[in-house]
Design a protein around this ligand. Structure first.
Ligand SMILES: Cc1cc2nc3c(=O)[nH]c(=O)nc-3n(C[C@H](O)[C@H](O)[C@H](O)COP(=O)(O)OP(=O)(O)OC[C@H]3O[C@@H](n4cnc5c(N)ncnc54)[C@H](O)[C@@H]3O)c2cc1C
Length: 536
C-alpha cells in the first residue's frame, strides 16, 4: 500500500546508519521530530464534495486525500500536520481516451477545474487543488498503463499515458526493449507526467531526456483530440510535440504516448571514480562530454556531497578501507566522487571505458571498480525513502535543481549553495548543503543541490524556514542566469520565476496558447503560468 502522507510503499524503509546519524547530529545538532496527524483525523476534515455524482468519479474522502498533494517539502508538511487546506472534490480514474473526453465534458458542464494527475510525484506543487470557488476534479491516468503497441522495426512503443516507470520498463523488457528513462521517482512517476513536466532520467546522457524519447501522441482537449504525429524528423514547420512537453496539464490530457525505445543493452556497468578535488573534477567531466565518449551516465558529486554520501552509506569499516586506499593514491578529504555508467555491447563498453580512463587520468582520477556502482544501482530508487528516515530522525531534506552553460556552472553553484547555507543565519540555524552535476551536455550542466535543516519547534516554523530557503535559492538561480528548473518543472512553486526566463513576449505566447486550448481556464490553473489573481 502506498503511503498516504509521504513517499512510496508503506513497508519499504531505508535505514540510517549510526555513523550517518552521528554525522548529521554533528553538522545540524539534535533532530527535532514533529508529531504526525493520523489518516482518520484527516478523513474527518474532508468537506462534502461540490460535484454531483458521476459514474466515472469517486468522492471517497480517502481517495481525495491521496490525490490532494504531491511530494514537495510543503506538501509533506501539509500531509504530516494534517493541514491539507484543500482537497479535490472528486477523483476520476478513466480507462480510455473516450472516458477522458466524457470527464472533460462533465467538468465543463459543472463549471469545474480539472487537474490531470500522473503519479503525483511533483515536487513543485503541480497537482495541488488551487484556491477557487469552483469544484476541482482530479483526473488520474493510473488505469491507462498498458503497452498498446510495439513497432520493432521503427523502435517505437505506444503506452497509455498513466504507465509508471516499472510498468513501462517491465512491459518493454518482456520483449527485449528499454525506454531508458530512470528518474529517481521512477517507482511512481508516469510517462505522461514525465512529458508534461519535461523530466530527465539518471541515464539521460545515453538515452536522452524525455523530449528526445517522446515521439508523438494524443492530447485530449476541451475542443477534441489533438493528434501529434511522430516522425523521425520533420521540416514541416514548428514541432507540435513542443506544445505538450512541459505543458503541465494546462493544454489538455495526454491519453496515449508514442516513445522511442532501444534494445536492452547487452551489458551495463556503473563505475566509481574519485578525483582529488572540485578543481580537478569539473574540467575532467567537461572533457568527457566534449569528447562525446559513449557513456550512459555521469554523476559528479562535489566534496560536500561525497563526504555526506560516504557517511550516510553505512558500512563504516569498508568506507574506512576505501579512504585509506584513496589516501595512498593521493586522494584525501577534498575528494569528489564521479559515477560513470556505460550501457552497451561488451566491445563498445571496453572501448568507452578505455577512452574515459585516458581522458580522466591526467586529472588525477582513481578508479575503484564497480562495487560502489553496484551499491548505487541497487539503491537508486530507494534513496527517496531516506527522506522518511531523516524525518523520523528529526531532519528535513529538500532538493533544488537548475541548469546553465559551462561558463556559468561554478558561479551559479557557488551562489546557490551560499544562499542556502546562509539562509537561516538570522535564526542561527545551520543548513547542510551539497551538490552534484548529473545531466551533462556539450554546452553546460544541470546543478542539483540538496539541503538538510531542522524543522524547529512546530510545523509553522518548518514551513517558514523552507519558504525562506526556497526564496533565497530561487532568487540566486534567477540572478545568476540559471533556468528555474532543469527537470522538476514549474508547477506553482516556480511559476513566479518563469517570466525572468521567458521574457514578456515569451510569457504572452504561453498565455495565448493556454487561452487557445482552455479559454475558461479550467485546466490546472496556477501551475506553469500565474493566473490573473496571482499576478495582481
Ligand atoms: C523523490 C523524487 C525524486 C525525483 N526525481 C526526479 C528525477 O530524477 N528526474 C525528474 O525529471 N523528476 C524527478 N522528480 C520529479 C517528478 O517525479 C517529475 O516531475 C515527474 O515527471 C512527475 O511525473 P508524475 O507522473 O508523478 O506527474 P504528476 O506529479 O502527477 O504531475 C506533474 C504535472 O504533469 C501533469 N500531468 C501528469 N500526467 C499528465 C497527463 N497524462 N496529461 C497531461 N498532463 C499530465 C500534471 O497536471 C502536473 O502538472 C522527483 C520527485 C521525487 C518526489
Amino acid at each position: 500500500m502506498r503511503r498516504w502522507n509521504g513517499w512510496g510503499e508503506e513497508h519499504t524503509e531505508m535505514a540510517l546508519a549510526a555513523d550517518g546519524a552521528r554525522f548529521l547530529q554533528g553538522v545540524l545538532g539534535d533532530g527535532q521530530v514533529l508529531p504526525l496527524a493520523s489518516l482518520d483525523s484527516v478523513i474527518k476534515q474532508v468537506p462534502p464534495s461540490r460535484l454531483p455524482a458521476h459514474p466515472l468519479t469517486s468522492c471517497d474522502p480517502e481517495l481525495r486525500i491521496r490525490h490532494a498533494r504531491g511530494q514537495s517539502l510543503p506538501d509533506w508538511l501539509a500531509m504530516r500536520s494534517g493541514q491539507f487546506e484543500r482537497f479535490p472534490d472528486a477523483v476520476a480514474l478513466p480507462e480510455s481516451a473516450e472516458q477522458i473526453r466524457e470527464l472533460l465534458a462533465f467538468a465543463k458542464a459543472q463549471d469545474a477545474l480539472v487537474i490531470p494527475y500522473g503519479g503525483g510525484t511533483s515536487v513543485a506543487g503541480h497537482i495541488n487543488p488551487p484556491e477557487s470557488s469552483k469544484p476541482v476534479l482530479t483526473l488520474s491516468l493510473a488505469r491507462m498503463n498498458r503497452l498498446l503497441e510495439l513497432d520493432t522495426t521503427s523502435h517505437l512503443a505506444t503506452f497509455g499515458a498513466g504507465a509508471n516507470g516499472p510498468q513501462v520498463e517491465s512491459q518493454l523488457r518482456a520483449k527485449g526493449y528499454r525506454l531508458g528513462h530512470f528518474p529517481q521517482s521512477f517507482e511512481l512517476a508516469t510517462v505522461g507526467g514525465w512529458i508534461a513536466s519535461r523530466s530527465s532520467g539518471q541515464q539521460s546522457l545515453g538515452y536522452g531526456r524525455i523530449e528526445q524519447l517522446f515521439a508523438g501522441g494524443l492530447l485530449e482537449t476541451f475542443d477534441g483530440t489533438l493528434e501529434i504525429k511522430g516522425f523521425p524528423a520533420s521540416a514541416a514547420g514548428p514541432d507540435l510535440r513542443e506544445l505538450v512537453l512541459g505543458s503541465e496539464g494546462r493544454f489538455g490530457v495526454l491519453s496515449e504516448v508514442k516513445m522511442r525505445v532501444s534494445r536492452e543493452p547487452a551489458c551495463e556497468r556503473f563505475y566509481a571514480v574519485f578525483l582529488p578535488d572540485w578543481n580537478h573534477a569539473l574540467p575532467a567531466v567537461r572533457e568527457l562530454v566534449h569528447a562525446k565518449v559513449p557513456l550512459s551516465m555521469l554523476r559528479l558529486s562535489n566534496t560536500a556531497e561525497t563526504t555526506t554520501q560516504l557517511k550516510l552509506a553505512g558500512h563504516p569499516g569498508q568506507i574506512a578501507w576505501l579512504e585509506r586506499y584513496l589516501r595512498l593514491r593521493g586522494i584525501s578529504s577534498d575528494k569528489c566522487m564521479l559515477l560513470l555508467g556505460i550501457s552497451a555491447h561488451p566491445k563498445q563498453l571496453r572501448a568507452s571505458l578505455s577512452q574515459a580512463k585516458a581522458i580522466l587520468k591526467p586529472h588525477g582520477a582513481v578508479w575503484t571498480g564497480t562495487l560502489l556502482g553496484k551499491i548505487w544501482e541497487r539503491g537508486r530508487f530507494r534513496f527517496p525513502y531516506l527522506r522518511e528516515t531523516l524525518w523520523q530522525a528529526g531532519y528535513l531534506v529538500d532538493t533544488l535543481e537548475t541548469v546553465i552553460d559551462w561558463s556559468g556552472v561554478e558561479r551559479l553553484l557557488g551562489a546557490l549553495e551560499h544562499s542556502l547555507q546562509a539562509g537561516l543565519k538570522d535564526e542561527n540555524e545551520p543548513v547542510h548543503v551539497f551538490t552534484h552535476l548529473s545531466h551533462l551536455y556539450g554546452s553546460g550542466s544541470s546543478i542539483y543541490t540538496s539541503y538538510l535543516f531542522r524543522p524547529g519547534a512546530d510545523y509553522k516554523t518548518a514551513l517558514a524556514r523552507w519558504q525562506k530557503l526556497k526564496k533565497a535559492a530561487c532568487e540566486a538561480i534567477v540572478r545568476e542566469g540559471g533556468s528555474i528548473s532543469h527537470h522538476h518543472g514549474v508547477g506553482r512553486d516556480h511559476a513566479p520565476y518563469l517570466a525572468a526566463e521567458k521574457g514578456e513576449r515569451g510569457m504572452a505566447v504561453l498565455q495565448t496558447l493556454a487561452q487557445h486550448f482552455d479559454p475558461q481556464g479550467r485546466l490546472n490553473p496556477g501551475a506553469l503560468l500565474l493566473d490573473q489573481g496571482q499576478m495582481q
